[in-house]
Design a protein around this ligand. Sequence first.
Ligand code: 1GP
Length: 244
Amino acid sequence: MNVNNYIKQKLNDGAVHVTLIDPSRQAPDAAGRLAETAQEVGSDLIFVGGSSGVTQRTLAETAEAVKERASIPVLYFPTGSESVSFNLDAFLFLSLLNSRNSQFISGIQSKMALVLKRLEIEVLSVGYIMVEPGMKLGEIGEAELVARDNFWQAIGYALTAQFMGMPYVYLEAGNGAAQPVPAGMIRAVKREVEIPLIVGGGIRTAIDARRVRQAGADIVVTGTVIETAGYRERLRSILSALKD
Ligand code: 1GP
């Protein structure tokens, strides 16, 4: 399955929802069940990745369990941990555009590029932009965080992704953030860029999801919500807010 084409097709029908599964948060078989539920309630894609403490073994077992239980595309989401997975449907080739450390912009990527090519793994190039508070992801990526009221800077980075030829741009508030990226910032960025806009971090409720979607997010990523009690219903309401 070509994941880029799949996403394009889904985007023609409306918003795309992604469930992020962090392998460090549950055992592999539980991750498999979460993936199955996510697909059942209408998620279009799964990202597997975690910011810290993920061993190669846990990652590989989680990836396998998720692949077993879900038939929607599963992508590897590299988030600065030392482990890496090459056995998924595609690889998010993230460049953290507002990092102070060039390793997160192109250094680590350059060490993986030839392996990805040789293994013939599909890559999705993404200009990744960290917005306050950034959380652990911002810390690990040594991000020069975009302030929540600095819409101009967000636009500047998003257009940089587009002008550099990246097919996607991603505004990230950070895993577990108290609030999503501000709707005003999403709207401002969406007005200027033509490439699909991914938004994640701090989206917990149907209201958050609808606000982010109405502001212009094309692809909405939620992670933490599946780690809470009653996640099936929460996810269902997020999905219905995004898809109606
Ligand atoms: C993916 O970091 C997000 O973009 C996930 O964040 O865990 O806050 O949903 P949450």
